[in-house]
Design a protein around this ligand. Structure first.
Ligand code: GCB
Length: 592
């Protein structure tokens, strides 16, 4: 699947359109449909204003409310706290037309359905709330005053990805940065430069040009190693290549990143790229050929301290500082693609990334349009992040039901992933089957989900002691798998309200949560084929499902840190566990 997405946008000639936008709240989509439900050619995208007393327009962007972009609408305005529906956004900007230049309008993400117009002319539409997209607007711009209008709709729909029910807030709006990207007539749109996973001293990849002058000489330069590799693009502007190179590997302890410069006859760009191999051997995950235990933690894209959708480099730094403080070397960016700052910042710090698609709980598995939508979101996120050494796992789904239609759907997703990016591993967060032995206390967690056959690494979520079972020693629990593949416990945990003052060991107390972590981690020591642990979750996050007053108040409280940034007791339990793993490895219980 080809994509017209422009990558590495920060390294290009960019004009930011972030800042204050005029908005119109439009629950009835009056700005789009007329009273016969037909698209109205004079919708709000025309941005008309009454000038004369008799002018008939029944809207006015300039006199309406304002919102900051990037940012969700729910946490910016009290009256939008629970709003799901359509909001129109408008931004004025001035532009100087340049000969021989092309211009693309790029959105980091809009949740969920975005239609875009420039100066009243239609530019395009995008579906999916967490992936980037761009439209060419060269012909739509004019010298001087311009405006862009976005119709953003976050209505939940049964056929959508994600679908109706999620355990997170459906934050709406233009949640990531908007920019105009200026390019040459023929420019380097996309490239893939990674180690060949089957020959670790071979750099392999491709470049793709966009424009009229598609046959060009291209150089890939890694000057730190005195490497200059030359290729020529074909009539379609495409060239694949491979060359041998002894490179310093990117790893969690030495996250070395090279400046890689790609120079064509008409364009050039520099990216920061790390080189590493990631593979499996039986039940081990191997980074650069060595087994590694993934000391992980789950993260939602929830902004620390202020709540709402996180989007900035500062948000990423705060969250990843906590991961490092805990002793982590791995993050699961659940349950959808996070912003690019997060991935690049993780990479700079040597933190490995599990990147996930929002195929969460229930999905219309037998709906071909839903599959197409999911594959499109997959394609976009792979395109954006395929040169990031930190990303080691493409995760297909979370806790999806065991039906044939779902297996076929996910198989198709795995096939697409491997075709687009043969250099990374696939996984999914599954559930185990509890087998209770009659007349005995023993319980076996059996991993035999049929999709396991097609994945490289198995993630399993388990909440023994919280959703079922007692918060007590777990010696009666054992784990079995029918697959000779690495296992990551992709979720475990318990809810606790930070500072909750109740007698020890009561549900919702910090002590209860810490105790459950101790019992669970003891159990993990006994799982031989375990390759990583990922507690649920780093920080409390908003979820409309969590209504219990006083304790929850609209937040999922399984965070190890409160949304106000205060660590709970279980944070230290996790930290001690990771110190022990780092020092002695997995499976070694230390006698106190
Ligand atoms: C899960 C889900 C996660 C929820 C969590 C919970 O299994 O994967 O999205 O937030 O449990 O807190 O119940």
């Amino acid at each position: 699947m080809e994509s017209d997405l422009i990558i590495n946008t920060d390294a290009r000639e960019v004009t930011g359109l972030d800042g204050t936008w005029d908005i119109i709240i439009d629950p009835y989509q009056t700005g789009y449909y007329d009273y016969r439900s037909q698209p109205n050619p004079n919708g709000y995208f025309r941005n008309r204003k009454n000038v004369e007393p008799d002018d008939p327009y029944e809207y006015n962007f300039d006199l309406s409310d304002k919102l900051e972009v990037p940012g969700d609408w729910n946490t910016q305005m009290e009256k939008l706290h629970w709003y799901e529906g359509t909001i129109w956004y408008k931004k004025d900007f001035s532009w100087e037309l340049k000969q021989d230049k092309r211009v693309f309008l790029y959105f980091g993400a809009v949740n969920y359905d975005a239609r875009v117009w420039v100066n009243g002319e239609y530019a395009g539409r995008h579906i999916g709330g967490f992936t980037p997209f761009n439209f060419e607007v060269t012909e739509l711009l004019q010298n001087g005053d311009n405006f862009v209008v976005v119709m953003a709709d976050n209505t939940r729909k049964p056929e959508a990805v994600p679908t109706m029910i999620t355990d997170w807030a459906n934050y709406g709006g233009i949640t990531r940065s908007v920019k105009l990207i200026e390019t040459e007539e023929t420019f380097l749109q996309d490239y893939y430069i990674q180690l060949n996973q089957n020959a670790e001293n071979e750099v392999a990849g491709w470049v793709r040009l966009n424009g009229d002058q598609l046959q060009q000489r291209v150089e890939i330069r890694i000057s730190e190693e005195n490497i200059v590799h030359r290729v020529e693009t074909d009539v379609d502007g495409f060239a694949s290549f491979s060359f041998t190179a002894e490179l310093r590997k990117w790893s969690t302890t030495d996250p070395h990143i090279y400046d890689v410069r790609i120079v064509t006859e008409t364009d050039e760009i520099t990216d920061q790229i790390g080189f590493r191999t990631i593979e499996t051997d039986g039940t081990d995950v191997l980074l650069n050929g060595e087994p590694i235990f993934l000391r992980g933690v789950n993260i939602h894209e929830e902004a620390p301290y202020r709540t709402g959708r996180a989007h900035s480099i500062d948000d990423a730094r705060t969250l990843l500082n906590w991961v490092e403080d805990m002793g982590g070397n791995f993050v699961r960016l659940s349950h959808y693609p996070h912003n690019e700052h997060m991935v690049r910042e993780a990479e700079r710090r040597g933190i490995m990334v599990w990147a996930e698609l929002p195929l969460y709980w229930m999905i219309q598995w037998d709906n071909p349009e839903t599959l197409e939508n999911a594959r499109n979101q997959l394609t976009e996120i792979i395109h954006r992040d395929k040169n990031r050494a930190a990303v080691i796992l493409w995760a297909m789904s979370n806790e999806t039901p065991l039906t044939d239609a779902r297996v076929q759907f996910l198989q198709e997703m795995i096939r697409t992933t491997k075709a687009l990016d043969p250099s990374r591993l696939t996984t999914a967060a599954l559930q185990s089957r509890w087998i209770e032995e009659e007349g005995s206390e023993r319980i076996t967690f059996m991993i035999d989900d049929p999709i396991g056959e097609y994945l490289d690494v198995l993630g399993v979520n388990q909440y023994y002691g919280w959703y079922g079972g007692a918060n007590a020693p777990m010696d009666h629990l054992t784990w079995e798998t029918i697959y000779d593949k690495p296992l990551i416990i992709s979720e475990f945990g318990a809810g606790a309200k930070q500072g909750w003052n109740v007698p020890d060991n009561q549900r919702w107390s910090e002590e209860f949560q810490a105790e459950l972590y101790r019992h669970t981690l003891d159990m993990f020591d006994r799982i031989e084929f375990l390759s990583g642990t990922v507690p649920w979750i780093l920080m409390d996050f908003r979820s409309p499902r969590r209504t219990l007053p006083v304790v929850k108040d609209g937040f999922n409280r399984k965070g190890l840190i409160s949304e106000t940034g205060i660590k709970k007791k279980a944070f230290d339990v996790m930290k001690e566990y990771y110190q022990r793993i780092e020092e002695f490895g997995h499976g070694v219980e230390i006698e106190e």
